[in-house]
Write a protein that binds this ligand. Sequence first.
Ligand code: GDP
Length: 536
Amino acid sequence: MSNEQSIPVLQVLNEAGRRRTFAVISHPDAGKSTLTEALALHARAITSAGAVHAKGGRRGVTSDWMELERERGISVTSAALQFEHRGHVMNLVDTPGHADFSEDTYRVLAAVDCAIMLVDAAKGLEEQTRKLFAVCRHRGVPVITFINKWDRRGRNALTLLEDIETHLGITPVPVVWPVGDAGNLRGLVEAENTDQMLRYTKVPAGTHAALEEKLTADQAVEQEGEEWANALEELELVLSSGPGYDQEAFEEGKISPVFFGAALTNIGVKLLLDAVVDLAPAPGPRPLAKGGAREVGEDFSGLVFKIQANMDPAHRDRIAFVRVCSGVFERGMNVTRAASGRSLTTKYAHTVFGAERTVVDTAYPGDVVGLINAAALRVGDTLYTGKKAEFPALPAFAPEYFAVARPKDISRSKQFRRGVSQLDEEGVVQVLVSDRRGDQAPVMAAVGPMQFDVVLHRMEHEFSSPITLDHLNYRLARVTDPAGAAEVGKSRLTDAEVLTRRSDDVLLALFADKWHLSAFQRAKPDVLLEPLIATA
Ligand code: GDP
């Protein structure tokens, strides 16, 4: 197939304009799966009808491609759910639930234009939420806040907003306010329309959208009396003390519009979905590594943000997830991989959500396409047609866990090497090599220890090379340069070490803890030691 774009630019711009590509960030158990199901209920699923189905009662939208995942009941994969709402195409990109896979989540956040920060009303801002929020801030992803589980006893609404302001340094601007305290949810009121109260009829989880009833202010006074008056008073208090909603401030990450509700009983979910349509930005120009930007209407370009092998054990295949950034993706087109300049064909293109796959023929900016068996691709790759595009590399999280990998059976060293390089390309762990150890004994570096479980499992079952992992006593990694590496290498600190991250040649100096690091820094103040993006 030729690469002549058959679709007019105007159509590309129109299609891009009606796309909303977003992810939900939250601490485990805040209700991400429940919210995803509830969102999809309101929407007309386009590609994944029936993909969102509860397994074992609650783990609805996780996929089950891996035994490990099944055993632990956690979602290790990321893919996208596409559905339609009010004439818009919504791409909800799944994020891994477990904190140990935050590096994956980071990459997902490179592929979205907006994030919904889900907060449990009783637990408030939890650790993982804060970390992911920091990533959004770093990437400039605007954040909408949804305070969930308002049907259950929880904290006070004003306190929750105060926490967001003080701990996250972003101004929460309520768009919706709850009538009734947490555990006594009477309904909702919109900041823009305080002349009416919205009341809902509870529906069982995952069945259908909650019925909405509109009460006039008089009816609300009559029926909800004190709760209604309190809600208006609190809302007024917050709005009058802050800057109010401002689209530019939202897109710049200065404010976060706030919603309340209960995903489980589907309350407040439609208002949230409307907000994604009305407030979240459509795909826009994307900055390029060498300056400038790729405009949405230019030739096709896309970012590989996730590689997942073995999603279907029957086929042992490998899928590269690509977020379309500009132009049109048409299945079968030849695209160039910016890193190598080589071209590849895209015959096998799918949208994937959980175990469901649908062939995709055309995709527009904001959409996510899964390319099957595109072996050459790596996480962070740019693909393009026409004028060259290369997006900035995805920054790596600071690894905090390190272990030396060795094959249990040295006669299987070929399988060992193949497995290690595959896991490196997928970004399952960062694979590091030091002069001291050589590449026969690579060091696996992880953000969370559970990544090691995935490595052990896959090396044995997928690459037929069972390995041992000997844990190293390092907790801190700093980026250094060759001069710094030489200093660290000859330092008398026996527990410092320099390793190279093979895939991008970054030099990392490892230290046991902050005491050793600061002792070294005091002794060698000129050595370059730059932190990576911290997850703590
Ligand atoms: P995830 O780990 O973030 O995906 O969380 P889940 O969606 O699996 O939800 C965790 C638990 O919280 C489950 O038992 C849900 O039924 C429950 N849950 C989620 N949303 C709500 C809600 O709005 N109200 C109440 N009462 N429970 C909820």
